[in-house]
Design a protein around this ligand. Structure first.
Ligand code: CMC
Length: 355
């Protein structure tokens, strides 16, 4: 048995390759550096969806249809919003997605991509006591999300972020989505599985706690003391470490580059870089058997904060981008894979587990 399925190959995919030794992410033949900051999210969706939907139009038409899907998502969400007011933002988004049609067409796929993009800003505005802002289908996807949040800047940085997190090999949420799709269930079921797996702090739930760490250190004024105390307590530093990468996560650098396109991040970025340096030294000293480097979530936290998202929405914004990868993987699994059904080892009562 391989604990955590480490090093187990469980799928063949044309979608992305995570090279953990070289610190490289390839999305359908393109290195991440060639996509983030250069391609729009809509173009990346087109790239991921190629070959998985018979009626996939050209990228411009796809962007227009996605704009229309945002308008429909808003109309569907509006009456639901007051019913979701007491739930945390992520859970409210998941609840609003659950009753959506569970088909496998391009329309189903675009509806599922539009949903988090519309729901997260609307839910955030509702919790701040503000009216939701309707989408503008003529805007780019990321620009429209920023508009619906009530901001007028940060669309390009958010676009780079959504592209950066759109797909990433067989991560936990993508695997969960593929397991569901392997039963021939529909795309909403696969996306709900992905949303469930993404929520945890070992996967997509880390960036909120990164802000709490930075704020805790800023209040205390001593990064060494804060980090030592956390590690002595046996807790993990959020935004560091990865199952596959043994060098720096290339997504962290893509996001750092996107951060430089935003105004007024200089001081916060400098402070975060100081904390990052102290954390890496402390982790190297304590965990000599494992290379622990900065992962995507560290700079995600800074970027989403600078665009104007509150920390409780960060995992939902991650889902806004990753939903494209989940859907492409779900289609690939359903079209080319078999039912995923591994085995377990039965431990009779009292029998020790293998080390
Ligand atoms: N802080 C402190 N110790 C750590 C950390 C960390 N961030 N990451 C790993 N370790 C230690 C861990 O305690 C363990 O030590 P020991 O062997 O002494 O018990 C050892 O390293 C191996 O940990 P593991 O959980 O078996 O290793 P993994 O490869 O499954 O870890 C990880 C991957 C992401 C779960 C882990 O690094 C972690 O918990 N990081 C903090 C949470 C975080 O940043 N999550 C976002 C992940 S990136 C987004 C994505 O792609 O999903």
């Amino acid at each position: 048995m391989s604990s955590g399925l480490e090093d187990v190959v469980a799928a063949e995919t044309v979608l992305s390759d995570v090279d953990g030794e070289a610190g490289r992410l390839i999305i359908r033949g393109h290195p991440l550096e060639a996509l983030a900051g250069h391609w729009t999210f809509e173009q990346t969706v087109h790239l991921l969806f190629g070959g998985f939907f018979d009626d996939l139009p050209d990228p411009e038409r796809l962007a227009a249809t996605l704009g229309q899907a945002r308008v429909e998502a808003f109309d569907r969400a509006r009456p639901l919003l007051p019913l979701l007011a007491d739930l945390p933002v992520y859970d409210a988004m998941r609840t609003a997605i659950a009753p959506m049609p569970d088909g496998v067409t391009l329309d189903d796929a675009l509806r599922l991509i539009a949903a988090p993009a519309v729901l997260i800003p609307a839910l955030l505005r509702q919790s701040a006591g503000q009216d939701p802002i309707a989408p503008d289908p003529s805007c780019g996807h990321a620009d429209d999300v920023v508009r619906m949040l009530g901001r007028d800047k940060g669309g390009a940085a958010l676009d780079a972020y959504l592209v950066t997190v759109s797909d990433h090999g067989l991560n936990a949420s993508t695997f969960a989505a593929r397991v569901v799709a392997s039963t021939q269930a529909g795309l909403t079921s696969a996306v709900l599985a992905g949303l469930g797996a993404l929520k945890g702090p070992l996967h997509g739930g880390a960036p909120g706690p990164v802000i709490e760490m930075l704020d805790g250190i800023a209040a205390e004024g001593d990064a060494h003391a804060w980090i030592d105390r956390t590690l002595n307590h046996g807790d993990r530093l959020m935004g560091f470490g990865h199952r596959i990468y043994r060098v720096r996560d290339p997504r962290a650098d893509a996001l750092k580059a996107a951060l430089h396109t935003l105004d007024r991040v200089g001081g916060r970025l400098e402070f975060a870089e100081q904390v990052e340096r102290v954390a890496l030294v402390a982790l190297r000293q304590r965990k000599q058997s494992r290379v622990i480097e900065t992962n995507v979530e560290f700079y995600t936290a800074l970027l989403l904060e600078a665009v104007g998202f509150p920390k409780e929405s960060f995992t939902g914004v991650f889902a806004m981008g990753r939903v494209a990868g989940w859907i492409a993987h779900a289609r690939e699994q359903a079209l080319t894979g078999r039912l995923i059904r591994p085995k377990s080892v039965y431990l009779e009562e009292g029998r020790a587990r293998a080390a």
